[in-house]
Design a protein. Structure first.
Lengths: 358, 321
């Protein structure tokens, strides 16, 4: 079924390096991603795994000391890695690929009105008159759930709550009808009840406007809610990807196991929560073998010596771990994440800790 | 788990009818906290859960004497610590009550090394015999929060948000306080590090009999760490219960809404769950409404008119007397 769908963006073997003082840090170590039209793909990983850096390559927003040193990113037949200047990026960034960042306060200019920040984008990308831009801006403000949009048009960001500000950021991102919306931890700075609203808003807008969504998040609960497919990122590479059910219920990479095991929802009171020992790899040095090996209690000799290839689990599910090599011992995933669905089902059913009457 | 022996438990911190208001120009006042009343027992983790703007941080800061109470008082170990107190008492509060702040970037001096940031309290209170002991304490605190001793000479900006927060935790823990106000201490941390920090906080609690006020917006984390939970909405505490009890029998509609908003890590279930939207009850602004003990240890804020509603809820939950 996947094969019938159009690939809207294809990143191949992308490598990104940053110059830090006299050193080079390889933030993205040759990773690939095919994004299908209309899907929601979630990249999940911890801070420093490279999830933000990777997706910043799609809009040419790498910090000035970073550059793409290998690979290609194909979008509408164009290799985005070849675009250099802001002028090159015009027509892609903000127009066809838009981004929503984590902190709505830093995405908005605090000394300009909400309205002017939306119309600016509309005027620039669509070349319409001021009056027309205002009309469109009010419409989109209403669409993202700002009550009384006409009156709130001339207010400043500080007069909006955090959730409302994030709605404005979404409005700006969508004002040019992008084909791809990158949501970089869009709800991390928000309250849970607001988070639920923002996630639902993005979903509804996606249904209506038919864009492709690329989520970046560390929250597996959010991933479960939004994603069709998931990619797990570690040490600058996607190490496992598949349909969301495959990754949650049949994870293959020990890092995915560890991430799931550490969820506070699975914690048992009075017992220690599971956590991953050690620290993520330093990206200044060349990484030998599997980047997760030093922290992996199941690591084998080969994990320290040779980088694993992707092994196929199903047509849609792949994992980059030697555990899937036919010669490797058969290992069960940790007990805490076995029967995950049954466990969560029990928690959310009557009598469970997270049960509420719907 | 009833609170039958609650009366025998030692109260370490007592919040008594606390109101906190801010001037918002002219004669207008904004009441950030409205008549908060609860006790925190020694050695427990008491969670205060609410959304931003609910007043949870304001109340935490009032305990630290950063915000003033406009009514009511706060007692620590039987002594009033709100309002005017002597300099000596003030130092006693600082020494024994430490805070872990919400924003790791803002809570560390960006011009000071990590070693200084962590040692600052030790310097102020001379809590070390010699340099060797101070450095050993710093190293131990760093290790305890998952950082390395060689990080000492670095500056806060060289760390990720998560690492900075661990420094913030280390500088509170090194003071060996009796009481910690932890204001969203793990919101900025990665899942795997969260677990380490929570385990660490639990370890300190078990070993040193530490008491926490754990301020959070995330019920999934609170369930694991808290003994008791108070839910606060727009400055009003709407429900207090033991942790398991609150999850098993959430009674106030706002608590139910919060619970329904926790994302669950299961794509089949999560895609079919929807968050329940809460419309603020009138009783929240009713000065005659109070926290009533509906069930042993389980308090809900309500007006007289709402009593039948909650009695019906109790019956639904099979808790009616």
């Amino acid at each position: 079924m996947m094969e019938d769908r159009n690939i809207i963006l294809s990143a191949k073997d992308v490598e990104v390096q940053f110059r830090v003082r006299d050193n080079y840090l390889t933030a993205i170590r040759g990773t690939s991603l095919d994004l299908y039209e209309g899907e929601t793909f979630a990249i999940v990983g911890e801070s420093g795994s490279g999830k933000s850096v990777f997706t910043k390559c799609f809009t040419g927003m790498l910090e000035s000391n970073g550059r793409i040193t290998n690979g290609e990113i194909l979008f509408h037949g164009k290799d985005l890695t070849k675009l250099k200047t802001d002028k090159d990026w015009e027509g892609v960034r903000g127009a066809k690929i838009s981004t929503i960042f984590q902190d709505p306060m830093t995405s908005l200019n605090p000394i300009r009105t909400i309205g002017s920040q939306i119309t600016e984008v509309i005027e620039k990308h669509q070349g319409v008159s001021k009056a027309e831009a205002r009309k469109q801006a009010v419409e989109i403000m209403e669409r993202v759930g700002i009550a009384n949009a006409e009156n709130r048009f001339d207010e400043y960001p500080f007069q909006y709550s955090g959730g409302m500000r994030q709605r404005i950021v979404i409005a700006i991102a969508l004002s040019c009808h992008p084909e791809i919306l990158i949501c970089d931890e869009p709800t991390t700075a928000l309250d849970v009840t607001i988070q639920a609203q923002i996630i639902k808003l993005i979903k509804d807008l996606q249904k209506e406007l038919k864009f492709t969504t690329l989520y970046i998040t560390h929250d597996l609960g959010v991933v479960a809610n939004v994603a069709d497919r998931v990619g797990v990122m570690y040490g600058g590479q996607i190490i496992e990807y598949g349909n969301v059910e495959e990754v949650f219920f049949d994870p293959k990479h020990p890092y995915t196991w560890a991430l799931l095991s550490a969820l506070p929802q699975l914690g048992v009171k009075g017992e220690d929560l599971y956590y991953i020992t050690g620290t993520p790899p330093s990206l200044y040095n060349k990484i030998k073998g599997d980047a997760f090996a030093p922290r992996n209690p199941h690591a084998m000799q080969i994990d320290f010596e040779e980088e694993p290839p992707f092994f196929k689990v199903t047509d849609t599910h792949y994992a980059k771990t030697w555990l899937l090599d036919p010669r490797a011992p058969k290992l069960e995933k940790p007990a805490i994440i076995q029967n995950l669905h049954e466990k969560i089902e029990a928690m959310t059913s009557k009598g469970g800790a997270f049960y509420v009457e719907q | 788990m009833s609170n039958s022996n609650a009366s025998e438990r030692e109260v370490i911190l007592s919040i008594k009818g606390v109101d906190i208001s801010f001037d918002v120009g002219g004669k207008n006042k904004f009441r950030a906290v409205k008549g908060a009343t609860f006790d925190i027992y020694k050695g427990e983790t008491f969670a205060l859960v609410g959304e931003s703007g609910s007043g949870k941080t304001t109340l935490g800061r009032a305990i630290m004497r950063i915000n003033e109470c406009s009514a009511g008082e706060i007692d620590f170990e039987g002594q009033r610590i709100s309002g005017k107190i002597s300099r000596e008492e003030d130092r006693n509060v600082i020494r024994n009550i430490q805070m872990i702040f919400q924003d790791p970037a803002a809570s560390l001096n960006e011009r000071a090394t990590i070693e200084y940031c962590i040692s600052e309290g030790l310097y102020n209170f001379h809590l070390y015999k010699d340099e060797e002991e101070r450095i050993a304490k710093v190293d131990e605190a760093l290790k305890a929060v998952g950082l390395l001793p060689e990080h000492k000479s670095r500056y806060p900006h060289e760390f990720s948000g998560g690492q900075r927060q661990r420094v913030g935790i280390a500088r509170a823990m090194i003071m060996e306080p009796k009481f910690i106000v932890a204001d969203e201490p793990i919101s900025a941390l990665d899942v795997s590090i969260r677990a380490q920090v929570l385990n660490l906080m639990n370890k300190f609690k078990a070993e040193k009999g530490l008491t926490y006020l754990f301020i959070a917006h995330d019920l999934s984390v609170v369930r694991f760490i808290a003994d008791r939970i108070a839910v606060i909405h727009r400055g009003r505490i709407v429900e207090i219960a033991e942790s398991e009890e609150l999850f098993a029998h959430p009674l106030h509609p706002y608590t139910v809404s919060l619970l329904s908003s926790v994302p669950m890590p299961d794509p089949i279930i999560e895609k079919n769950r929807s968050a329940i939207v809460y419309e603020a009850l009138e009783s929240e602004d009713d000065e005659n409404a109070t926290l009533r003990e509906l069930y042993p240890g389980h308090f809900v804020h309500m007006s007289d008119a709402e009593v039948p509603f909650y009695e019906e809820k109790l019956r639904e939950h099979g808790l009616a007397k």
